[in-house]
Ligand binder design. Structure first.
Ligand code: CU
Length: 134
């Protein structure tokens, strides 16, 4: 166990930071509300907190969580979402998602949009999000 730990600590090419996979956004009209979904992998040995996102295609960007209550679907805004050490956060339809409020242009399938994710430690990650038909 100790040997394994020491080996892990001295490995020079150990992955670090956050990577984003499986990103996509729903196609939507200009002025409408869009949704984006992605998985954030935190390769660090400490937890990170996602505290916001922005995109030039939306007037404002929020993090939301969909939940069922009395058979109705609701969305709750989330100010921040924590991602544990060496854990990942899945944002997908029916759960956590990125809400793109009042789109400044139409999102068309085959198109893509830039999305910047901001973390509490000051890091930010720019993601190119492909658009798909809903
Ligand atoms: Cu939402």
């Amino acid at each position: 166990m100790l040997a394994v730990l020491a080996a892990a600590c001295s490995a020079p090419a150990a992955p670090q930071g956050r990577t984003v996979t499986a990103a996509w956004a729903r196609s939507a009209d200009s002025g409408a509300t869009g949704g984006a979904y992605l998985t954030i992998v935190n390769a660090d040995s400490v937890a990170v907190e996602l505290v916001g996102a922005s995109s030039p295609v939306a007037t404002s960007v929020e993090m939301h969580e969909s939940m069922q209550h009395d058979g109705m679907s609701h969305m709750m805004p989330r100010a921040s979402v924590s991602i544990g050490a060496r854990d990942s956060l899945v944002m997908a339809p029916g759960g956590l998602h990125v809400m793109l409020n009042q789109l400044t242009r139409a999102l068309t399938a085959g198109d893509s949009l830039p999305l910047t994710l901001r973390f509490a430690n000051g890091d930010s990650v720019l993601v190119n999000v492909p658009v798909r038909a809903p």
